[in-house]
Design a protein. Structure first.
Length: 144
């Protein structure tokens, strides 16, 4: 059966199958093909696949590294909704991310810099998103 997760949602009627497929769609993986080998997925897709399995858990800590990599803008909002669901269920989610939409929607930011590599590693700002706007050394603040 060569079809995408979205197509499979329309095809299958069994609730248990649809629930699993819906989880994949929720985290922005609706475009994947059923039976697609894991070694064809990016790191961000693999993280989102793991997220889909965990959507109904609570009391855990999740660390995500660049989960929006390769996503269309509209799919970023799906990731943000998923992250918010995790938090609402009592989970802690730490996201290492460059996507400004994700940063804007954070509860807490830790901004490192002032540059990358050997020119970075210094904590420039730590706190709620609006506070970073007052941090003159933050490159992130310039774009928020």
């Amino acid at each position: 059966m060569e079809m995408s997760v979205v197509d499979a949602l329309e095809f299958f009627e069994a609730k248990d199958i649809r629930r699993k497929l819906k989880s994949l769609e929720t985290v922005g993986l609706g475009y994947l093909s059923l039976g697609q080998p894991l070694d064809t997925l990016s790191g961000g897709e693999c993280q989102r696949l793991e997220l889909a399995k965990e959507l109904n858990t609570k009391g855990n800590i999740y660390i995500l590294e660049e989960p929006t990599t390769g996503l269309h803008r509209s799919d970023v909002s799906n990731i943000l909704r998923s992250i918010n669901k995790f938090v609402e269920k009592g989970n802690t989610v730490v996201v290492i991310e460059h996507n400004l939409d994700v940063i804007r929607n954070s509860d807490w930011i830790i901004d490192l810099g002032p540059d990358g590599g050997t020119g970075g590693g210094e904590i420039l700002y730590e706190g709620p998103p609006l506070g970073i706007l007052d941090c003159k050394r933050s490159v992130t603040a310039q774009y928020l």
